[in-house]
Write a new protein. Structure first.
Length: 313
């Protein structure tokens, strides 16, 4: 397998969806708790990124195996396009999975058992998203699980590995007893801050499924747009972007983010323009990229505005 084939198999261009929650988590934990652990951050980032590569590779492999036509395998799936051997793809997936798992265990030793629990849950969702008799990606649940796992899960873990000692949550195992303690207020704060990531990542999946709904039905993928229909799918698509900006307002109002974060609301203008175009035409080759641009714009403006708050202190 060449480097080019590997990067296409793991769809390296889509990993921006993982990077933004990571940076927002870093900036939030610095602002809220004035905490930062470089080693833990590097271990987590490596594990997160490699596992994201793993799930994408599994997704492409399962789509290849479950496709109902040779034409789809050869023309629409990266494995067929690149002429990759199945054994090579499987070996690549296993290697990535083992590296990500090893890094996760290392991070657990450095921080605590809660990282192992949350990481295990994310691992299970990531695997079940693409693997098994009824993968989540072939059900009307993909948007929910991708948004929560990546949008909230990455932000939470980024915050926790840097501030595991400030009372956000803890998990202890003593003899045959397991004790889980959670500060519900601090968890809610992290959820609110992570909503723009959750909603824009969910919309990435939703836009993809809206564009692919007819082809997905042929390949037995009954995603959310199949059940909602085009009209209500677009309503949801639009509403999630509105929710992203409302979440930023709430975060500033509750002093979870600095007031300068309001500058990120200028993203409303380009996002609104892209929404109007997508509402008129849902063709993957022409308008799906607008969802990617919106994710970059919303979260990019938020990251920049949060970074500015540290420059003007």
């Amino acid at each position: 397998m060449t480097i080019r084939s590997f990067l296409k198999l793991v769809e390296i261009q889509t990993k921006i969806a993982s990077v933004f929650p990571f940076f927002i988590g870093i900036l939030f934990v610095l602002y809220r708790y004035n905490a930062f652990h470089l080693k833990n951050t590097l271990i987590f980032f490596s594990s997160m990124l490699i596992f994201d590569l793993t799930t994408t590779a599994i997704n492409n492999y399962m789509d290849y195996r479950k496709a109902n036509s040779d034409e789809y395998r050869k023309e629409k799936n990266v494995i067929g396009q690149e002429g990759l051997k199945e054994s090579t793809v499987i070996a690549t997936i296993l290697t990535l999975f083992l590296i990500a798992t090893g890094l996760g265990v290392w991070l657990t030793i450095e921080t605590g058992l809660l990282v192992l629990l949350v990481g295990f849950i994310c691992f299970c969702i990531g695997i079940l998203y693409t693997f098994g008799p009824i993968p989540l990606s072939r059900m009307p649940l993909g948007e929910v699980f991708s948004g929560v796992t990546m949008g909230f899960g990455i932000v939470f873990l980024t915050v926790y590995v840097n501030a595991f000692d400030v009372g956000i949550a803890s998990l202890a195992w003593e003899k045959e007893m397991i004790f889980l303690q959670v500060n519900i207020i601090k968890i809610i704060e992290i959820i609110i801050v992570s909503l723009p990531c959750m909603f824009t990542i969910a919309n990435l999946m939703l836009a993809n499924n809206i564009c692919d709904v007819e082809e997905d039905i042929k390949n037995h993928r009954f995603t959310l747009p199949f059940y909602l229909g085009k009209k209500y799918s677009l309503w949801l698509y639009n509403g999630l972007y509105i929710g992203s900006f409302v979440a930023i307002l709430i975060s500033v109002f509750l002093h979870l983010l600095p007031a300068i974060a309001l500058l990120s609301l200028v993203a409303i203008l380009p996002v609104y323009k892209h929404i109007r175009i997508f509402n008129e035409l849902q063709v993957k080759s022409k308008t799906f990229s607008l969802a990617v641009k919106n994710l970059i714009i919303v979260n990019g403006f938020l990251v920049v505005s949060l970074a500015m708050s540290f420059m003007i202190r």
